[in-house]
Design a protein around this ligand. Structure first.
Ligand SMILES: [Zn+2]
Length: 286
């Protein structure tokens, strides 16, 4: 049975793209530790380990949570320090975030913090932010999982490959044997000429379930898929900010059903941390 990558984007509810500019610091009540517990329990019950793409600010405020995640055998990876998208950072600022992240994780976890994977906040790796790939390679990263291979209102690289590939540092939608990083793009299912997003988040919560699982079965026959979940989108206590109905639906729709859907995928497919999936398929050594 094919191995798929399970990834948890560990950020606070106030880091979400449509929320982050609207929450003043005084109202930033942390919920990630509480929101994560049901997910950790579910993974433990199913004997599944995942990759945790962690925001540095969350790790800084909750070092005990990092130790709990690492002790359970999950992979620690980086989701930026501040959760600002790449298109809001200069290469110097991004480099500083990576240094800050590594120092913090070394302090908290020592040798256990063997970080080689990165996911850009808001899937912000695209043509204009391709500079980030060289920065990642210089900081010892070996894989990236930030490409969303279709156009969406907020992000997307519509011509990118669908399976993992060696990403060119000059054209992010090109496979390049000399590329320094492996890219694991978000999973989309091809229906005729259309690409349908089935990688997690909003799509996991809102898609008709039979269509979602049919797409997963179909993708699973040819390549490893990736699923991403945010703790805040599975948690009843997540504060809901006022926003237009279609954005509210995308951000908060069916949060009550998200954990159940994750559980059903865990029952039906085989999951592992991303570095394990990439190594298993020959993309990474060791
Ligand atoms: Zn994020």
């Amino acid at each position: 049975m094919r191995l798929h990558a399970l990834t948890i984007d560990l950020e606070e509810w106030y880091h979400a793209e449509l929320v982050r500019d609207k929450v003043p610091p005084a109202e930033r009540m942390d919920q990630a530790p509480a929101a994560l517990q049901p997910i950790l329990a579910l993974l433990k019950a199913h004997g599944v380990q995942a990759t945790f793409f962690i925001v540095g600010e969350v790790a800084e405020r909750h070092p005990e949570l990092m130790r709990e995640i690492a002790a359970a055998g999950h992979e620690i990876a980086c989701h930026g320090y501040s959760h600002r998208p790449l298109w809001e950072l200069t290469p110097m600022e991004f480099s500083a975030e990576l240094v800050q992240f590594r120092r913090l994780m070394d302090d908290i976890l020592g040798d256990a913090a063997d970080v080689i994977g990165f996911r850009a906040p808001t899937f912000s790796l695209e043509a204009r932010t391709a500079w980030a790939l060289d920065v990642l390679a210089e900081h010892g990263y070996r894989y990236d999982s930030s490409i969303f291979p279709m156009r969406t209102p907020l992000y997307g690289v519509p011509a990118a490959p669908l399976a993992p590939y060696r990403i060119s540092a000059s054209a992010v939608d090109q496979d390049d044997a000399q590329g320094r990083l492996v890219e694991f793009p978000m999973t989309v299912c091809e229906l005729g000429s259309r690409r349908v997003p089935v990688s997690g988040g909003t799509y996991l919560r809102l898609f008709p379930w039979p269509l979602f699982t049919w797409c997963w079965e179909r993708v699973s026959r040819t390549r490893p898929a990736v699923l991403y979940v945010h703790p805040w989108e599975t948690y009843a206590g997540t504060p809901r900010l006022p926003m237009p109905p279609h954005l509210a639906l995308a951000t908060y729709g069916n949060t009550a059903g998200a954990l159940g859907r994750l559980r059903r995928l865990l029952e039906r497919f085989r999951f592992a941390p991303m570095r394990v999936v990439l190594a298993h398929a020959g993309w990474l050594e060791g």
